[in-house]
Design a protein around this ligand. Structure first.
Ligand code: CP
Length: 311
């Protein structure tokens, strides 16, 4: 079976480090601050198969593939034959018959890419599966933290919001924990399952936002995922009063703390506009790093595939 990227949990610290190091090589530089174009994956093809909405992940995978010289095709749920009743396995087998070198996949069901990879030789890159993992998001988050000159070891990272439904939180916990960071997960009791304290070493939980932010190096805000909630949601104003990040909160964090958010952001719900647009915010740096990190991931997956085929 050829190797894709299904999650951070299965990677070693060295593998994570090597992707982060390679992503730095792909960051924009020189005149015009543009992403350079390479021939590394010339003649290769990737398929983006998204069963959930996406702006950042889908676009940046497409740009990343093209910057490396590969062809990229994008398919959404509404434009695929799943909308006509075709099963997911049949859809994936159909796409695999067209011989792409990798399938990049987002799906609302946790574990969908893992299940499908058992039936498919084409490597799958997980672009977010339900509430489980979003590995390239955690990689680009780590690249963004490192770009500020910080070390992951001993870093205090507060992840605040709808932890229960967040694949971003899970992938970040797995990644940061491999590097010995202190991770504080914070949210209302209904969105912060107690068992998450056992997810990885270095994780603690609190329902108190001030406590989470105090002395934090990184404040990572999360959107409330209304689309995954089955019970009545908090009214927006009430949620913002207790768990919305405002300028006053930043005084509790370390002086050089940064504010992150995987996006899409909901201004006035989990983050104020003043914070989102402040000097502390690295939200758009995260978006930019999405391209270099996904270039590193595509190179790793597609070139290891070529090596495996030769052996
Ligand atoms: N962070 C993230 O996954 O954004 P999109 O849903 O826009 O891809």
């Amino acid at each position: 079976m050829l190797q894709g990227l299904l999650g951070i949990e299965d990677l070693t610290r060295e593998e994570v480090q090597s992707i982060l190091d390679r992503a730095r090589d792909f960051q924009p530089g020189g005149e015009g601050h543009r992403f350079q174009k390479f021939d590394i994956l010339r003649g290769r093809m990737v398929v983006n198969l998204f069963f959930e909405a996406s702006t950042r992940t889908r676009t940046s995978f497409e740009i990343a593939a093209r910057r490396l010289g590969a062809d990229a095709v994008s398919i959404t749920a509404s434009s695929s034959s799943v909308s006509k009743g075709e099963s997911l396995v049949d859809t994936l087998n159909t796409l695999a018959a067209m011989r792409p070198d990798a399938i990049i996949m987002r799906h609302a069901a946790s574990g969908a890419p893992h299940f499908l990879q058992r039936y498919l030789e084409t490597p799958i890159i997980n672009a977010g599966d339900g509430t489980h993992e979003h590995p390239t998001q955690a990689l680009l988050d780590a690249r963004t933290i490192l770009d500020r000159g910080a070390r992951l070891e001993g870093l205090r990272v507060a992840i605040i919001g709808d932890i229960a439904h967040s694949r971003v939180a899970r992938s970040n916990v797995y990644l940061l924990s491999k590097f010995g960071a202190d991770i504080v997960l914070c949210g209302p009791p209904s969105l912060l399952p107690r068992e998450l304290a056992q997810l990885a070493p270095g994780v603690s939980l609190t329902n108190n936002m001030d406590e989470a932010i105090r002395d934090a190096d990184v404040i990572m805000m999360l959107r409330v995922q209304l689309e995954r909630q089955h019970e009545a949601a908090f009214p927006a104003s009430e949620y913002f009063r207790f768990y919305g990040l405002q300028l006053d909160h930043l005084r509790l964090a370390k002086p050089d703390a940064i504010v992150m958010h995987p996006g899409p952001i909901n201004r006035g719900r989990e983050i104020s506009s003043e914070v989102a647009d402040s000097q502390k915010s690295v939200i758009l740096n995260q978006v930019e790093n999405g391209i270099s990190v996904r270039m590193a991931v595509l190179e790793r997956v597609l070139t290891s595939q070529a090596t495996a085929a030769r052996n």
